[in-house]
Design a protein around this ligand. Sequence first.
Ligand code: AMP
Ligand code: MN
Ligand code: MN
Ligand code: MN
Length: 343
Amino acid sequence: MTILSNFDFHCHTKASDGGFTPSEIVERAYQRGLNYLAITDHDLVAGVAEAMATAAHYNELLAQGSEQAPEENYVYANAQINKVENGILERSAQERLLTIIPGIEFSTTWRNEQIHIVGLFIDIENKELNELTAHKKELRLARAIAMGRKLEALGFERPYERCVEQAQAGANITRGNYARLIYQDGKANSIDEAFHKYLRRGQKAYVPNDWGPISEVVAAIKSAGGIAVLAHPRRYKISNFRLRTLIEEFISCGGEAMEVASCQQKPNDKLYLAELCQRYNLLASLGSDFHNEGLFRNLGQNLDLPENLPVVWSAPCAQRFGLNQDIKQRLIHITYQKSLSAE
Ligand code: AMP
Ligand code: MN
Ligand code: MN
Ligand code: MN
């Protein structure tokens, strides 16, 4: 059984290392029954405006009852649906409207670890924010070119240029883009293997980098009117003690929220993060970190939050997007074809 949430506050587009354009992501969001989706590309906000424009267009089509409005079909890696609880496929047009939350996922370096900080409900025109994304773009460009050179020396053809061609104009090229290229070229059997063979620290195409401090990105997110969220805390290879130190420093920089629910997360990890949220008075966020078609991650997938946690959309800055603590997350249960045991 798959649990689907109508909120998802973390995903990527072709403006960084996602496999779909912002418009394609938005279309998928309607198909999967989302009502609130944050676009959070790596170190830039270039995909947000297109996503908002597309959602405005589709919301209009829904309001008009147009046949061109996107369908709600809970697409899941081409799997057939066996059962949907709650009879949810018959929602009215009004219940299917989608709000795009402007967001970003910043990379930072903390004690030799790459720590990701998501910013939500941000003003994408903000000067401080745009100065920081311009600076991060320079860091990313230099590293992407250096990684491309290394891959070229290893026999890959025009790696940097081909990553640029596959992404949107002006995109930030990350290791995620290169992983896909390595996989497409048949040099690894999966994206994960591409990381293990080439891109992880110590591997041949790895280029060390310093993304800058947590305090810098939290300050930029706050000056853009948003809230800073510690992304996927369980994905860092650090001890529980170190994670608590990280959280304490994040809070001392002005951080106010933490992702508690992600796809592929173990139930125990979710409970532990919920406990930390309560201990540190952080608001709980949720996000699939969706990049590409696959069995394990999808928009809204398995993003149920433990009950009675203060949620990120109760923050005052969420009100501009029609959100507040009284708005409840809607969860539905879907059973797909048995052949896809990965759900
Ligand atoms: P970068 O910020 O350039 O170091 O790239 C980080 C991105 O690479 C992450 O956001 C993920 O999308 C992707 N990534 C990192 N590690 C892995 C992994 N083991 N398997 C698949 N994708 C990964
Ligand atoms: Mn990524
Ligand atoms: Mn991340
Ligand atoms: Mn991400």
